[in-house]
Design a protein around this ligand. Structure first.
Ligand code: ADP
Ligand code: MG
Length: 314
């Protein structure tokens, strides 16, 4: 299938949305930004053998996760996603069926989050599959929840559970797994509602999504806010995955990436559940002094960021 017919197919399958005045088919998409809002733009690669493997991840999963990466960034600002753009490079060996199933997964997420696919680019790659998702969103002026707002004394909170995605990858290195036993890896749901709720209530002083791992993403907040952090090991919500379900290893919860949970700080009391998602307090922000892990027995050790970093041996 050539580029033109592939774009035609995508155009037929994509839905419009309130933000899109002109979508797929012209030189640019024309978008409507609500009065009094600021625009958000995020872009994320999905690269074969870096973010997924064809033998591990069904095409629908790759498509779903591709859009989820972008939605999760919008969630981490407390924003509303408005439109998505998909740039894809495929080598000649990629079957039409693979592309169809990839699109089905991506468009399922688009439908669920009511985010129209409003454009993109399609090209032949030099080898393998590469996709880039751009998500455009908006927030009421001046209300974006940044990484830089954490202050000493703020509580540190996380949504859902951590480490489930890293545990899935560790398990797949040993053999086949059932996707249903590792939901958060194969079907992560971006915490868009939670992020918006926190932003509306003015509850989050700083926020980030856990895409690289708790230790690394917490370090981003600390660096941008000029603060330190103390985490209570026993409080970290470790995911239960596999069959029979087992708690993931502490290192997977501390450093594993791609859980797409929200990590945020707050000077106020935060409910135990927001938009149906459990929220756990795992520590508090300190004066600058780096990141510290407080152990059950009273011991303390430095928390080193060992999450995902490109161009570094992980
Ligand atoms: P141009 O030559 O201006 O880059 P294209 O022929 O690449 O135009 O794209 C035509 C239309 O199809 C544009 O609206 C573009 O946004 C859209 N499009 C191209 N590839 C994709 C894709 N993979 N997903 C969604 N829309 C796409
Ligand atoms: Mg183009």
């Amino acid at each position: 299938m050539g580029e033109k017919s592939l774009i035609e197919l995508i155009r037929r399958r994509a839905r419009g949305g309130s933000a899109v005045i002109t979508g797929i088919g012209d030189d640019c998409a024309v978008l409507r930004v609500p009065a009094g809002h600021q625009m958000l733009v995020t872009t994320d690669f999905t690269l074969e053998n870096v973010h997924f493997r064809r033998e591990w991840h069904p095409p629908e999963v790759v498509g779903w996760r591709c859009l989820t990466r972008g939605l999760s960034d919008i969630a981490a600002i407390g924003g509303e996603p408005r439109a998505a753009f998909l740039s894809m490079a495929l080598d000649r060996g990629v079957s039409q069926k693979w592309v169809n199933r990839f699109l089905a997964g991506l468009l399922e997420a688009a439908e669920e989050f009511r985010v129209p696919l409003a454009g993109g680019d399609t090209a032949q790659s030099g080898g393998g599959i590469q996709a880039d998702i751009v998500v455009v969103g908006s927030v009421p002026k001046g209300t974006a929840v940044l990484r830089s707002g954490a202050r000493p004394g703020d509580g540190i909170y996380v949504t859902g559970e951590l480490g489930g995605s890293a545990a899935a990858i560790a398990r797949m290195r040993k053999g086949k797994v059932r996707a249903a036993d590792y939901e958060r890896h194969f079907h992560p749901v971006a915490r868009v509602k939670v992020g918006q709720w926190l932003r509306r209530r003015g509850l989050a002083s700083a926020m980030i999504d856990v895409s690289d791992g708790l230790s690394t993403d917490l370090q981003h907040i600390c660096k941008e806010s000029g603060v330190g952090a103390e985490i209570e090991v026993a409080k970290i919500p470790r995911a239960r995955v596999g069959r029979p379900a087992q708690r993931v290893e502490m290192d997977q919860a501390l450093h594993g990436g791609e859980d797409y949970e929200l990590l945020f700080t707050s000077p106020k009391k935060v409910p135990a559940k927001v938009a149906g998602i459990p929220i756990t307090k795992i520590g508090q922000i300190t004066q600058n002094g780096g990141m510290v892990l407080a152990e059950k027995g009273g011991g303390r050790r430095r928390l080193v960021a060992r999450g995902w970093e490109h161009f570094k041996r992980n």
